[in-house]
Design a protein around this ligand. Structure first.
Ligand SMILES: C[S@@+](CC[C@H](N)C(=O)[O-])C[C@H]1O[C@@H](n2cnc3c(N)ncnc32)[C@H](O)[C@@H]1O
Length: 283
């Protein structure tokens, strides 16, 4: 059979053979983001933690660590990839660019070694860099060449810039990973919530093409945002479905405080939400 070129025909075929779950305002696709993204309606923001190759070597198990290990490295070995990684930044970033509306923002997570490749591929795809954000994981991964306690996020835009909703947010966030799933590279819901709260409004749609255990979707459910999530691995897809359904069942966690109405002074910051949760909170 010849594969159709029209996106609509493709969606029709996929829906016959691809698992798609709708949970609350979330639509979850158990498939390859290279296929799914091409058929999606453009979204208001992309927040994602793509798979990338982890270099082997450097791991130093005998080092004494301050702070101990976080759950994020629970399956980490010394030999390369942690999760399925047969995709390059340059394969999917052009599709992500096409899947984002004009004049909107995107967040792409990476470790230090992959940052250059990610940044170059994102700019080649058409994104412009706002800045690089740092997550201080508070628990170091042992390494002979400096213990690794940070991850990075390329904060980018497509088209015109706009001010984030809480301009008081710092470019460094310190957060322990709280394990909510067996996924080896699960990220903190609060971290994804900070990005979502700063770049979107309630009712808008966020895409995560590599949702893993569904952390971005959990933050969206708690913050009154719509979510499109894609995951290739069925085991992680099932976990994402469970976590997002649970977040909706807890329903009352949506916190997007209305602005106080009062005359604003020049240095009046009363309307700014708390730092870690940014505009709206998932905590
Ligand atoms: C770094 S993890 C994301 C973890 C997620 N942030 C969380 O909190 O659970 C990347 C995920 O992308 C998935 N993946 C790899 N290749 C993919 C592809 N082509 N399409 C969709 N998902 C893919 C992997 O199975 C993995 O679960």
């Amino acid at each position: 059979m010849q594969w159709p070129t029209s996106p609509l025909m493709k969606i029709g075929l996929w829906s016959m053979r691809m698992r798609i779950e709708r949970i609350g305002d979330a639509t979850l696709y158990n498939g390859d983001c290279l296929e799914v993204m091409a058929g999606l309606e453009p979204v208001d923001c992309i927040v994602t933690d793509a798979p990338y190759r982890v270099s082997s070597g450097g791991f130093a198990a005998n080092l004494q660590l301050e702070g101990g290990f976080g759950g994020w490295m629970k399956d980490y070995g010394n030999g390369g990839d942690i999760v399925e990684c047969s995709i390059e930044w340059s394969d999917w970033l052009p599709l992500a660019f096409a899947a984002l509306k004009d004049d909107k923002q995107a967040y792409f997570m990476s470790n230090g070694k992959n940052l250059k490749a990610a940044w170059t591929a994102a700019e080649d795809a058409g994104f412009d860099l706002h800045t690089i954000l740092v997550w201080d994981k508070r628990a170091a991964l042992p390494n002979k060449y400096y213990q690794n306690v940070t991850e990075f996020t390329l904060f980018m835009r497509k088209g015109k810039a706009f001010t984030i909703r809480n301009p008081g947010s710092k470019n460094l966030v310190s957060l322990f990973q709280k394990d909510e799933s067996p996924h080896p590279t699960e990220k903190p819901t609060e971290l994804m919530g900070t990005y979502i709260g700063n770049s979107t409004w309630p009712g808008e749609t966020i895409l995560d093409p590599f949702m893993g255990s569904g952390t971005t979707g959990v933050a969206c459910a708690r913050m009154g945002r719509k979510f499109s999530g894609i995951e290739l691995d069925e085991r992680y897809f099932d976990i994402a479905c469970e976590r997002i359904a649970k977040a909706y069942a807890q329903g009352d966690m949506f916190v997007e405080r209305p602005k106080k109405v009062k005359a604003a002074g020049l240095f009046d910051n009363d309307n700014a939400p708390a730092q870690a949760g940014a505009a709206g909170s998932v905590a």
